[in-house]
Design a protein around this ligand. Sequence first.
Ligand code: FES
Ligand code: FES
Length: 157
Amino acid sequence: MPGKADICFTLNGGPVEVQVPITMSALDMLRSKTGSTGTKYGCGEGECGACTILVDGVSVNSCLLFAVDCDGREVVTIEGVSDHARGAALGVAFVEKGAVQCGFCTPGLIVQASHLLDKLPDADRDRIKRGIEGNLCRCTGYRKVVDAIASVSGRDT
Ligand code: FES
Ligand code: FES
C-alpha cells in the first residue's frame, strides 16, 4: 500500500508484525499498534527521554526513530525491562526511595538505568548521574532517582 510498510521485529522477546505509515515514529507505533503504552510521549523532540527504548541493545529516543527502522531489529520497552530481575528491582527501588512522583519520566528512566547497569552493574553515583543525563524529571530533583538506582548497583552508601 502506498505510504505504508509491513515490518517485522522482536518486541520484548516475541515476534511482531505490523503495517505502519512510513512516516510514523517508533514511539507512536509501539503505543498505537502493539499495546506497549508504558513508553511515554513527552516532548516528541528527543529532549526528555520519556520515550527511551532499547533497539539492538542501544538506548534510543523512540520519538526520533521511524517505525520502519525497527524492521528486523530487537526492540525492548519498559514492559520487557520490567520482566527481568534488574528492571523489577529498579521499579521497587524507585518506589521505596520516593523517586516516583508524577511517574511520567519513570519508564524511560528505568529503561535507561537498566541499560546502564547491564554495562556497569556496580555504577557509582557519578556514573549514574551521567548515565541518566538525557532523561528529564520535573518532579524529583534527581537525588531520589540516583538513590534508587544506586541502591540497585550497591553504591548507595
Ligand atoms: S518524547 Fe522522545 S525524547 Fe521526549
Ligand atoms: S516524577 Fe514527574 S517528571 Fe519525573
